[in-house]
Design a protein around this ligand. Structure first.
Ligand SMILES: Nc1ncnc2c1ncn2[C@@H]1O[C@H](COP(=O)(O)OP(=O)(O)OP(=O)(O)O)[C@@H](O)[C@H]1O
Ligand SMILES: [Mg+2]
Length: 329
């Protein structure tokens, strides 16, 4: 029987007779992620753990699915899979992956500000390669964001990126998005991920566009205001002020990738061609979106703000009236 700590995991505990836990690095919907050191001193690993019991069956199956996806994706820009432990009689399931010594991309970006366009191109190209490998294997990642991209080495100038966290990834054959599952992350997840319907590879293009924009601007992507749709007005206004031609191309590309309609976004191959400088123009399909008159969108945004403000006033007055009535009776 393999050694398993009972109850809560703590630093120093030995797992599966092979790993000493060093510290917890993440707690997500699906479970916990720990950094652990192999007892034979060979290497550090990351272990994603889901404890069994209670309502955890779904998380348990999700972790097994994530393991199966990672096992099938052997790519230089996908985090390497080392194994899964899911034995009868154990109280938890463990997904073991290679430890990425540079932490995640969100940490690398913090305090760094705007990333030069040439470097954005290199980082974007690496992620295109990872997404392409996933898509070729019939997998949609659906949760591409800086926290789910790891750096193989600590703090290099141009990191080697590893796409990680396939926790809500989906097979392309599974046509409709399952709306009972988390859709991804606000700001990074495509609008179609938040509603019932088909999700395609274009959803990952959207997330990569948000990530590229974040790198190029040094600030988070435009957040959805009306419902779950992004407000690109401000981003487009800023684009008009960008004078560096390289930064302009990268920003224009990112905005095209953030098109609300999936079919208007460029494909991963088209994005990669622009990032690698093999194509100089951002694909035309998306340009149609970028040339919508900004004023009409700005007006729509103001109407949305007015409508939300009016709803708040009505809600407050109604609440006040109910409270006054309750106090009087
Ligand atoms: N192999 C790894 N090497 C280094 N750090 C890792 C590794 N795997 C995960 N982490 C760290 O742990 C965090 C959480 O991991 P991951 O995203 O896989 O888990 P999660 O449970 O899906 O979390 P969340 O729901 O927050 O996305 C990552 O953002 C990263 O900082
Ligand atoms: Mg994650």
């Amino acid at each position: 029987m393999l050694s398993q700590p009972q109850g809560k995991l703590t630093p120093g505990a030995v797992l599966l007779d092979r790993f000493a836990l060093l510290g917890r690095v993440g707690v997500g919907m699906g479970g916990e992620t720990w950094r652990a050191r192999a007892l034979d001193g060979s290497a550090d690993v990351a272990i994603k753990v889901v404890h069994h019991g209670g309502l955890r069956l779904r998380q348990h199956l999700d972790l097994l699915r994530e393991a199966a996806i990672l096992r099938g994706l052997d790519h230089p820009h996908v985090v390497p899979y080392l194994g899964v432990v899911d034995l009868p009689g154990t109280s938890a399931t463990y997904l073991i992956i290679q430890w990425a010594r540079g932490g995640n991309l969100a940490g690398w970006m913090a305090g760094r500000g705007r990333v030069p366009a040439a470097r954005v191109r290199l980082l974007g190209t690496q992620l295109c390669a990872a997404l392409d490998a996933a898509h070729q294997a019939g997998i949609l990642h659906r949760d591409l964001k800086p926290e789910n991209v790891l750096l193989r080495e600590p703090d290099p100038e141009t990191p080697h990126l590893l796409l990680a966290d396939f926790g809500i990834a989906q097979r392309m054959s599974q046509q409709a998005a399952d709306v009972s599952r988390p859709a991804g992350s606000p700001g990074y997840s495509a609008p179609e991920c938040w509603r019932a319907g088909t999700v395609t590879a274009a959803a990952d293009v959207y997330s990569l566009g948000a990530l590229i924009l974040t790198l190029a601007r040094g600030s988070p992507p435009p957040l959805a205001f009306d419902g779950m749709l992004p407000d690109l007005d401000e981003a487009e206004e800023r684009l008009n002020r960008v004078s560096d031609p390289d930064l302009r191309v990268v920003t224009e590309l990112a905005l095209a990738m953030l098109a609300r309609e999936p079919e208007l976004r460029p494909t991963v191959a088209e994005v990669r061609a622009v990032l690698e400088g093999k194509s100089r123009s951002v694909p035309r399909r998306a340009a149609r979106v970028a040339t919508l008159p900004p004023t009409s969108r700005r007006r729509r945004r103001w109407w949305t703000i007015v409508a939300v403000a009016a709803s708040l006033v009505v809600a407050t007055l109604t609440l006040a009236a109910v409270m006054a009535w309750a106090a009087a009776s």
